[in-house]
Design a protein around this ligand. Structure first.
Ligand code: NDP
Length: 265
């Protein structure tokens, strides 16, 4: 536990429920390693009280920022004073920095964490054809980060077609030079295949795509962290594909969060 001094800076994380969230442990360890005189505290807040809490946080001069997770990532957008263009287009914010004058600046780092994780593992998405399964919160953030990274094609395949269409529309408005298509369960013809659905989390979940269409020249990336090797990854390995696990997305994102919220000694 950090020794609290008169200068200890405070960061927070907003969630409901909060007991299972591991970000406080991870970011507090990171601060200790780096000698930051600061502490990150879990704030358990329900949707009805979010506005009141955020207004209080603005008034706290030793609060430097906060992480935002389920179920507040969308509602927080309108409570920030300034939001990046990308977070605005995604419609969600997961990291907020409090400026010295109390202004709250929001950013969405889920997708940037995913792309940084790929790169750390030697997988470069620029110029690649990407198949993205999912159009939920994580998939939205990843789609925008991949478009930002300059992929040559993004194919979105989601169970609910209207969500794929909506995502394609917003990508077209914000990244007009990136071709976006709506796909089926068939990932063939893409160099990188990404599972950004929640399928794979529970035993017995159906596979998010048709694995019989995978070929050894493809890389299959997961965002599911537990189990470490999902059924999709196991099937992809059997077909000779390179696989990339879900964990690096979070690890890289913690770094990006610390940087954005200026967790410095
Ligand atoms: P959402 O609820 O916003 O989206 C869930 C997605 O999964 C949607 O595309 C949904 O399709 C799809 N889906 C769910 N059930 C089925 C099904 N039975 N058949 C087909 N598609 C299905 O969740 P999030 O995007 O916020 O999170 C998704 C997962 O990402 C989480 O489970 C979490 O584990 C993981 N995650 C990992 C992170 C990391 O750092 N590695 C960070 C954030 C999330 P539809 O639109 O049709 O409902």
């Amino acid at each position: 536990m950090t020794e609290i001094t008169g200068r200890t800076a405070i960061w927070g994380i907003l969630a409901d429920p909060i007991h299972h969230v591991k970000t406080p442990q991870a970011l507090n360890s990171l601060m200790q390693e780096r000698g930051v005189d600061g502490v990150l505290i879990p704030f358990h807040v329900g949707a009805d009280d979010l506005t009141a809490l955020v207004s209080g946080l603005k008034a706290m001069r030793n609060l430097k920022g906060f992480v935002v997770t389920v179920p507040h990532k969308t509602a927080i957008v309108d409570l920030c004073d300034d939001v990046s263009k990308q977070a605005r287009a995604i419609g969600a914010v997961n990291t907020v920095r409090r400026e010295a004058d109390g202004r709250l600046v929001g950013e969405m780092l889920d997708g940037a964490g995913f792309v940084a994780g790929l790169r750390e593992n030697g997988i470069e998405p620029r110029g690649r054809r990407i198949y993205l399964a999912g159009a939920g919160g994580a998939a939205n953030a990843i789609a925008f980060a991949l478009a930002e990274a300059g992929v040559s094609l993004l194919t979105i395949a989601n169970r609910t077609l209207s969500k794929s269409e909506d995502l394609r529309q917003r990508l077209a408005e914000n990244h007009p030079s990136v071709p976006v298509e709506i796909g089926t369960g068939d990932p063939s013809g893409h160099e990188i295949v990404v599972n950004a659905t929640s399928l794979g989390l529970k035993e017995g979940d159906p596979l998010p795509l048709d694995v019989t269409r995978l070929t050894p020249d493809q890389t299959v990336a997961e965002i599911i962290m537990q189990p470490e090797v999902t059924a999709l990854m196991a099937a992809a390995r059997e077909r000779g594909c390179r696989t990339h696990p879900g964990r690096p997305m979070l690890a890289c994102q913690l770094e990006l969060m610390a940087e954005f919220m200026e967790m410095r000694p």
